[in-house]
Design a protein around this ligand. Sequence first.
Ligand code: 5GP
Length: 178
Amino acid sequence: MTKEFDEVLVREEEIRARVSELAAEISRDYEGRNPLLVCILKGAVFFMADLVREISVPCELDFMAVASYGSATDSSGVVRILKDLDANIEGRDVIIIEDIIDTGLTLSYLFKNLGARNPATVEACALLTKPSRRKADISCKYVGFEVPDRFVIGYGLDYREDYRNLRFIAALPEEKDE
Ligand code: 5GP
């Protein structure tokens, strides 16, 4: 399957190794605590599933779905909640699990929205970041990989709901990128 994609940016083995490192960091930082991992659907679903199985402290999971208005490959920063959390996060140590930080506007909104619910702490863990595109000043404590300014797909990330099941991260072929 890899052969179809000339621009594989992060290989399966690299993802696996980095996920283990991130899980080790989180396990160390949250020793003696019981964090609530909030998976941002749908892109972060495989990342969260792999990450949580490597974390050694007890943790709970919840899910949130958000949509940002804009085209398939460009977000506008106006965020709308499609599915909210089931859990009450008051007093909890929350870790937002995101697929990719692009402009940072979605994560900035999530920090504000979840922060207003009186959690003990809120941090973020993103598999990928595109620092060159940043518009919002956000701090993400755990980051997997930096990627160039290309639209990326695979390992949960889609292009019009396609490609989520790739085991690696690749750049979308230029002709499809609008
Ligand atoms: P931001 O608000 O940081 O600009 O965008 C965050 C969201 O836009 C991500 O959670 C993701 O859903 C989507 N996104 C941004 N860049 C990419 C990309 O390169 N590929 C895919 N598949 N989604 C992206």
